[in-house]
Design a protein around this ligand. Structure first.
Ligand code: DAH
Length: 340
């Protein structure tokens, strides 16, 4: 091997060496049986005319090796000084606490909005009795509308609530002597659903209830419009369609214009994936509280009337943030969540 090749080889070994490796290299190159010593020894066996040049070359090699080794030793020492003890007087580094979930952000927007309209924000239990979840809402055991809200029953007959509507009756019962009532109740609900881009077995709802003298459907419509404009912008349109819920009479279904396709139903010539081509997105149900539901809670329907609504914030969050699959909201994917 030429001296140049020796230096090249050593340079790359030195660059990767730690203190122990560096010592091994020193022994291998400069030690008694090292490369340089061998070369110097060989000089003595050369013809006199060649000795001086060979000696100079061997010495030059030794110097190059020494400086390579001492440079690396200095580097290692500097690095070990950087591992100085922790300075407790330094300002701390900010902990990574994750990210607000888009549905939480939206629920915060919504509850803020209703709070500004004079609503109280209340909650109810996620494990509910059949009475509050169904029967007090005119959904008797054999009522066919129970089929649309199949769920996972628990031993003893209680169930993970299928909607937040049970909170209406609970709250009215407790506050029947403190009318009027103006509440919103956000929370999780559970259903036995086949999952797809618009359905998940767990989702949120936000329930609303107003009970006072002289409340009409016009109050409901104005409230829902104010809510949509507040969270989705002034251009969003509200559509109410007649529907049936056992706990409201009359009942309506509320739709908002789809913000993915702006209500066109089409995106680049194909049906909008978000609204299925209709231009509208179904947000939930609403209506005038059924007189029997008021009676079930101990309120006289001859004196008081009310409206109620319930809808899914995932749908609205999907609209607002342009998410085309609500299942994303339940996947623990920080890359997804950090976009909001
Ligand atoms: N509970 C209904 C559901 O889960 C939504 C709903 C409809 C709530 C009408 C209401 C209402 O308060 O009045 O589909």
């Amino acid at each position: 091997m030429t001296n140049e090749a020796i230096i090249t080889k050593l340079s790359s070994a030195v660059a990767k060496a730690d203190a122990k490796g560096l010592e091994d290299l020193r022994v291998a190159y400069l030690g008694r049986k090292g490369v340089v010593t061998e070369q110097l020894r060989a000089v003595g066996e050369l013809p006199t005319s060649e000795r001086s040049a060979a000696g100079a070359a061997a010495n030059h090699l030794r110097q190059s090796i020494e400086s390579l080794l001492s440079e690396r030793a200095a580097e290692l020492e500097a690095a070990s000084e950087n591992l100085a003890p922790i300075d407790l007087t330094k300002p701390g580094s900010e902990p990574i606490l994750g990210h607000h979930h888009p549905v939480s952000l939206l629920l915060e927007d919504l509850t803020d909005l209703f709070w500004q309209m004079g609503y109280q924000v209340v909650s109810g239990p996620e494990v509910e009795t059949e009475w509050y979840n169904f029967e007090a809402l005119n959904l008797d055991t054999d009522h066919p509308a129970r089929d649309t809200q199949d769920t996972f029953y628990l031993e003893g007959g209680n169930l993970p609530r299928t909607h937040t509507s049970g909170v209406q009756v609970r709250h009215m019962e407790l506050n029947k002597n403190k009318l009027p009532i103006r509440i919103v109740a956000p929370g999780k609900v559970y259903r036995n659903e086949d999952e797809d881009a618009r359905h998940s077995w767990i989702f949120h709802q936000i329930e609303g209830l107003v009970v006072d003298k002289g409340i009409t459907l016009a109050d409901l419509k104005g409230t829902l419009e104010a809510m949509l404009h507040g969270v989705l912008g002034e251009d969003t349109k509200l559509r109410l369609r007649p529907n049936y819920f056992p706990y409201t009479e009359p009942s309506v279904e509320m739709d908002a214009t789809c913000v993915v396709c702006n209500g066109d139903g089409q995106v680049d010539g194909v049906n909008c994936k978000m609204c299925g081509g209709t231009g509208w997105l179904e947000l939930g149900g609403a209506g005038m509280v059924h007189p029997q539901v008021l009676r079930n809670a101990g309120i006289d329907p001859e004196v008081y009337s009310g409206f109620a609504f319930g809808f899914g914030p995932e749908r609205i969050a999907a609209l607002k943030y342009g998410v085309d699959d609500v299942r994303e909201f339940w996947r623990p994917n920080l890359n997804f969540l950090e976009q909001f």
